[in-house]
Design a protein around this ligand. Structure first.
Ligand code: HEM
Length: 142
């Protein structure tokens, strides 16, 4: 059950992140893509990353904390772009916003991989611990 929740949030992070970056590039190139649609998918990515951070908090608190902080930095950078005057500083801010956005997709992948491998390992330990007791319980054929 927990594995499928992790996989679902990872898929949401992947899809929303890719749509957000796609709409961002279209907005940058043609200026036609809606910034609010871009922001919607960006916020969806933040939600998925935070959900994965909540799941991983007991085994990797540093990673969970970094993902939590990332979710505040990304929208702050995006919104700051709307109030900056054109020039080199605007391009620098744009580049940082895009890099921080891509970092979110990477964070989701890292957390999902760690969550899934940790669970797979604990399940195989559980199975090997259960195996001897099952053997003891089963009658030995004479
Ligand atoms: C809560 C999340 C996000 C918010 C609030 C947000 C906000 C914004 C805003 C307001 C703009 C338009 C800036 C302008 O017109 O000058 C923008 C542009 C852009 N965003 Fe985001 N964004 C978010 C997430 C993301 C993510 C996750 C990515 C990439 C993975 C991304 C990539 C881009 C790109 C490529 C552009 C166009 C270039 C630029 O102006 O920087 N954004 N974003």
């Amino acid at each position: 059950m927990k594995r499928s929740i992790t996989k679902s949030f990872t898929m949401v992070a992947r899809i929303s992140g890719l749509i957000a970056i796609g709409l961002g590039i279209v907005h940058l190139g043609a200026g036609s893509a809606s910034v609010s649609a871009h922001t919607f998918f960006g916020v969806l990515l933040v939600g998925a990353v935070w959900a994965l951070a909540v799941q991983i908090r007991s085994s990797a608190i540093g990673l969970a904390f970094a993902a939590g902080a990332w979710g505040f930095i990304l929208p702050a950078l995006g919104m700051a772009q709307l109030n900056i005057s054109p020039g080199p500083a605007q391009w620098a801010l744009r580049a940082v916003h895009v890099l921080v956005g891509i970092t979110g997709i990477a964070l989701a992948e890292i957390m999902a991989k760690r969550l899934l491998t940790t669970r797979a390992a604990s399940q195989s330990v559980q199975a090997s611990e259960d195996a001897p007791s099952l053997r003891e319980e089963s009658p030995t054929p004479e």
